[in-house]
Design a protein around this ligand. Sequence first.
Ligand code: NDP
Ligand code: 2IT
Length: 448
Amino acid sequence: MSYVDEIYDRVVKQNPAQPEFHQAVKEVLDSIRVVIEANEEKYRKDAFLERLTTPERQILFRVPWVDDKGQVQVNNAMRIQFNSAIGPYKGGLRLHPSVNIGIIKFLGFEQVFKNSLTGLPIGGGKGGSDFDPKGKSDREVMAFCQSFMTELHKYIGADTDVPAGDIGTGAREIGFMYGQYKRLTGLYEGVLTGKGLSYGGSLARTEATGYGLLYMTEEMLKCNGIALAGKTVAVSGSGNVAIYAIQKAEQLGAKVVTCSDSTGWIYDPEGIDVALLQEVKEVKRARLTEYAAKRASAVYHDKATEKNNQWIVKVDVALPCATQNELNLEDAKTLVANGVIAVCEGANMPTTREATDYFQAQKVLFVPGKAANAGGVATSALEMSQNSERLSWTFEEVDAKLHDIMVNIFHNIDNASKKYGMEGNYVAGANIAGFLKVADAMNAQGIV
Ligand code: NDP
Ligand code: 2IT
């Protein structure tokens, strides 16, 4: 059996009941097979793939906190420090009831290659908890965040591991966590990114993932002879990534006609009103029904009563920005039948493997999340730089750097796809280009 296949079997056996982790590993291994098999004995002797697919460290802990009724609650939490070959562990913290070790491991594994693609010195990690911030009071969220950080602070630091936001972790949660870290350690340092602007955050970090996704989409379309302006776009999600993806798409002349949350989705043929969406989601933390109630052109579809989702709408470009495996083969077939040209992933692994393969077989331009959503973590790395030099850059400076980084990532993955004989396969290009830098650093540092 080939080394790559052996390793996939090993990962499945050693990490039972972690389908998302298996899925992420399989996609990377399938892409880098061509690199590994050119030098298989050396990689095998060094147990290279065993090391690549096994986190350097996994920290599991409980988070006790007291709710508003005086009842003690206990959540499970974790931080996976996956790979530090090219820099301190870097990656978000997810707060969502679906969080488990397999999901955080898949996210940490993806982060290793994503962070490598940014060209910046950041290793890969991820963390989170099955705590659900939805419906909790600010005091309850603070109680959770303080207890979470009381344990996590032992393992992180500006030069060791720098967490950030992800699903359920936004500016409010990062603020509470930062305050507790500072109180426990006495250090005023860049240990978290996505901080508020008044205490070390970077301008444009809030917008970065969504904006970066659109810079990537625009460059990729341009290099394929297609203009983004004038195109119709479907976005899923209505959180941090989705909101700023919609805003930038509209600034670049596209019309975004959908967005969603976990309970329903909006079809708005006039184009999503971003200011209204921000008011509903960022200020009121409300459901999309409130958007529909205030916007005459919007139609609300309830997921509890309707089986369909936003992928049934006829669009040129689809940008899944909610969560993993939210776009399946059936959705892909509908999008292709409706003439979709491009799919770029704002979320992490939102497209199932079957749907990804179908898009590629149908010649739909497809950019995977580890390249397309890398603008968020790249701007986090820019926040780290600003914190280290005790300076802050203007919005325009950070945005210009973000734009350059996304354009560079596109050309890097495009070139890798060509070099390895898979022109236009940006999945293979991203996995190979991301892998090569990490592999080089791991090889140079010996068996550690
Ligand atoms: P938010 O928590 O801000 O928003 C998440 C959005 O997705 C919400 O609209 C949420 O709806 C919806 N959603 C979440 N889980 C589900 C689910 N299980 N089913 C249906 N809808 C769901 O998160 P972000 O926007 O930050 O993250 C979105 C995606 O982007 C994630 O995959 C994340 O890992 C990825 N990402 C985020 C980056 C960042 O900088 N924030 C950087 C790179 C990638 P509801 O409110 O109803 O739960
Ligand atoms: O998935 C991701 O890249 C993020 N959630 C952002 C991580 C970061 O460190 O900014």
